[in-house]
Ligand binder design. Structure first.
Ligand code: AHG
Ligand code: MN
Ligand code: MN
Length: 347
């Protein structure tokens, strides 16, 4: 840091960081255009989140539901519109998949580029009105198919992502961005309106002291899930793990990345495919955690290997520190995967 009079005069902004990567890899600049649209959207959402109570933006958007049956909040709708508009006009996208849109949006040929972006504009909607951390998640693929793009071109396994990231609207606003190496974190400096690199090559601890799962569903859990959580609470030796569950995936995954531990949203008897959506929640987070040295599994399969059967399909997910996830997989092995809810993944 070249800090003069309290101002870093050589700061690494997210745009500078991507420009450098792009020059090194001989890119065309289209990814920078895409990123600029994402960063503008995230700044807009961050600002709106901070002012929502004053600007009358809490609450539901006229009783509407989104494609997966969730109640849409005013901020869900606004964030979705902003992201769709910024991405459509970035001249870098072939198609968009949003949690809030039933169908994929194919970009007009005149404005089309080569990327397919899948996103959850506002993650953790149930936490909006009580001021708990919320976020935005995105996943980027390259359109490689011949001819006009169709919705089926988004049905790709997470291994094919070229980038993934999230924004967390917490006590500060950060973007965690992952291209082909370990994730990097950029923090919004509100005084200059720029995201500045604060953590490079983030790595997750091999073992953490936190487990994160909604224990309100214990009654519906399968054997391996019950066994694993019980073992964390009542270990044969050592201290019990600490419970942490925010209910916003971005915030729970971010804590897991920074402090280590495990986050899970398993399938259970009342929600047999889990809750989290593969394309814009599970796959991008699995990509980030794996690039940081952790693991992400459905219980029977690496999350990144799951091929989506539809754009809004759900998967069970367990992710985090490698030793913690492996310990869960031992519980699955003990029972046999037939005892695991959600082993037959459907659309
Ligand atoms: P979204 O607000 O985008 O619909 O996502 C909500 C998700 C996710 O953020 C979180 O992990 C999960 O819902 C919490 O669900 P439960 O209340 O069932 O624990
Ligand atoms: Mn979400
Ligand atoms: Mn959402």
């Amino acid at each position: 840091m070249d800090n003069k009079g309290g101002m870093d005069v050589d700061m690494v902004t997210i745009t500078r960081f991507i420009n450098e990567q792009q020059r090194a890899s001989g890119g065309t600049g289209e990814f920078t255009q895409l990123l600029t649209a994402l960063v503008t959207s995230i700044k807009g959402i961050a600002n709106t989140v901070r002012r929502a109570g004053i600007a009358n933006l809490y609450g539901v958007a006229g009783g509407a539901q989104n494609a997966t049956g969730d109640e849409q909040k005013k901020l869900d709708v606004l964030s979705d519109e902003l992201m769709c508009n910024m991405l459509k006009t970035s001249y870098s996208c072939a198609m968009l998949v949003s949690e809030e849109q039933e169908h994929a949006i194919v970009i007009d040929t005149g404005k089309a580029g080569k990327y397919i972006v899948c996103f959850d504009p506002l993650d953790g909607s149930s936490n909006i009105d009580c001021l708990v951390s919320i976020g935005t998640i995105f996943s980027v693929f390259k359109h490689t198919g011949e001819g006009p793009v169709t919705q089926a071109d988004a049905l790709r396994p997470g291994t094919e992502q070229v980038a993934a990231g999230y924004a967390l609207y917490g006590s500060a606003t950060v973007i965690v961005l992952c291209t082909d190496s370990a994730p990097n974190m950029f923090m919004l400096d509100p005084s200059i309106g720029e995201f500045v690199l604060t953590d490079e090559n983030m790595k997750i601890k091999p073992k953490g002291k936190y487990y994160s799962i909604n224990e309100g569903y214990t009654k519906f859990w399968d054997g391996p899930t019950k066994d694993y959580v019980n073992a964390r609470k009542n270990p044969e030796s050592g201290s019990p793990a600490n419970a942490r569950y925010i209910g916003s995936m971005v915030a729970d995954v971010h804590r897991t990345l920074v402090y280590g531990g495990i986050f899970a949203y398993p399938a259970h008897s009342k929600s047999t495919k889990g809750k989290l959506r593969l394309l814009y929640e599970a796959a991008p987070m699995a990509y980030i955690i794996e690039k940081a040295g952790g693991l992400a599994t459905t219980g029977t399969q690496r999350v990144l290997d799951v091929v989506p059967q539809s754009i809004h399909c759900r998967v069970p997910i367990w992710l985090g520190s490698s030793e913690d996830v492996e310990e869960f997989l031992k519980c699955v092995e003990k029972y046999g995967s037939d005892h695991l809810q959600g082993t037959k993944l459907e659309a």
